[in-house]
Design a protein around this ligand. Structure first.
Ligand SMILES: Cc1cc2nc3c(=O)[nH]c(=O)nc-3n(C[C@H](O)[C@H](O)[C@H](O)COP(=O)(O)O)c2cc1C
Ligand SMILES: [Fe+2]
Ligand SMILES: [Fe+2]
Length: 397
């Protein structure tokens, strides 16, 4: 084996997952993969920070063993109890029975509930430190980034923040660990946004609180539990997360997400007219066919763009089902304060608009116009759609 260093005595012992198709059983990662980053610190007390998903147990144990024997682990720090970072703990506990687990008070019950582990646990409180020989690691609680028990760990010697899910992203690592090693950093930034929109967006306020709380900590390296280690520009990923968290309040930047679904093409005709109207102002909407694109890819656009267009017909006295799915996800992820438009075709009863408003009412979306039309759009309707496109483009500019 060989070592993968992130500092003189800190090693990356994570694993790449390129076979799970849906992260959390929900979000497609089959084309990107994901890494479960874990770190080993070789000091007077050998320390492991965060683990990996259970099905990678063998790989993970080999990674640790390359740094120190499993029997010589002193501390296992669990920043977060979600099984993508703790799944191997049951096996590790059997192989390293003397290693003490460090976690927050709130994680203790979870350790018992998920893994039946009730002893050999040391509870750490916010601000506590742990002397491991040449340095004192400190612990900082960041509740709800991503679960209530979550904390981060800081090494003052290397000024490294082990931030767990915070500042993480999708994308398996391709050999390199660091932001400065990748020529296509935009890929990881884009996958970090998708990860944020899918996993973290619900917790925008806890993210902002965590960033505020850590503002005075001198950080030279951010080592999250997914994705790149940010050594060249740790501030870059913090700025991105801050910006994304702020969108919950501002509603986003200039831009329009166009969500549409259509069974027989009538709503689609209107969608094209609205797009043409938007484009005539110089703005190009990000267009998604809600029946064909996974919500994972629509959420980042919804988060970032101030404008949203919902174009979908009535289906069984309600909204075209895939449109309900994305709007429900938007509600779940707190995609708030948008400038919106609704249009859609119906046959006899209507119902899609009512459902759209019901789903997005808690999100404070402001509809500048809504209209339903029977059957195919008339020439007049099409002109109205074009003008509506211009109107929303101007409203978000
Ligand atoms: C399975 C199905 C269920 C529908 N349910 C309703 C309904 O409950 N109320 C209604 O007004 N129209 C209903 N319609 C009619 C559509 O809303 C109408 O055909 C509309 O023009 C479809 O728009 P599209 O061409 O964009 O798909 C239904 C159509 C289908 C195929
Ligand atoms: Fe998590
Ligand atoms: Fe995670």
């Amino acid at each position: 084996m060989y070592e993968k260093k992130i500092a003189a005595d800190i090693f990356w012992i994570g694993v790449n997952d390129r076979t799970t198709d849906l992260f959390e059983g929900l979000w497609p990662i089959e084309r990107t993969g994901i890494s479960y980053n874990s770190y080993a610190i070789k000091d007077k007390k050998n320390t492991v920070i965060d683990l990996a998903k259970a099905f990678k147990t063998d790989d993970f144990l080999s990674q640790i063993s390359a740094i120190f024997p499993l029997s010589e682990i002193d501390y296992i720090i669990l920043n977060h109890m979600e099984p993508d970072h703790t799944g191997v703990i049951k096996t590790l506990r059997m192989l390293s029975p003397d290693a003490e687990i460090l976690c927050t008070q709130k994680a203790v019950q979870m350790l018992s509930d998920y893994y039946g582990i009730t002893d050999g646990i040391k509870i750490v409180n916010d601000g506590d430190t742990l002397d491991i020989g040449s340095r004192k690691l400190s612990f900082h609680t960041v509740p709800f980034v991503h679960w209530p028990e979550t904390m981060v760990t800081y090494d003052p010697q290397t000024k490294t923040l082990f931030s767990c899910d915070a500042f993480g992203g999708y994308g398996a690592l391709h050999g390199g660990l660091f932001d400065d090693e990748y020529p296509d950093i935009e890929y990881y930034e884009k996958e970090s946004l998708r990860y944020y929109a899918n996993i973290v967006a619900k917790f925008a306020t806890p993210v902002q609180n965590a960033i505020k709380k850590l503002a005075d900590v001198e950080i030279e390296c951010i080592a999250p539990s997914h994705g790149l280690v940010w050594r060249k520009s740790p501030s870059r990923i913090v700025e991105l997360y801050s910006k994304w968290a702020e969108y919950g309040k501002t509603g986003g930047d200039k831009g329009i997400t166009l969500l549409y679904g259509s069974m027989y093409g009538n709503t689609e005709i209107m969608m094209n007219a609205v797009s043409d109207g938007i484009a005539s102002t110089g703005l190009i909407p990000r267009t998604f066919d809600v029946a064909r694109v996974h919500t994972s890819y629509m959420l980042p656009a919804l988060l970032v763009n101030k404008g949203v267009i919902v174009g979908a017909p009535t289906y069984e006295a309600s909204l075209f089902p895939y449109m309900s799915v994305i709007l429900e996800k938007a509600a779940l992820k707190n995609i708030k304060n948008k400038t919106a438009v609704y249009f859609g075709s119906y046959g006899w009863s209507k119902g899609a608009l009512k459902k759209t408003l019901e789903l997005t009412e808690p999100l404070g979306w402001e509809y500048i116009e809504t209209f339903e039309f029977a059957g195919g759009p008339t020439q007049e309707d099409i002109k109205k759609g074009y003008d509506l496109g211009r109107k929303i483009a101007e409203a978000v500019s």
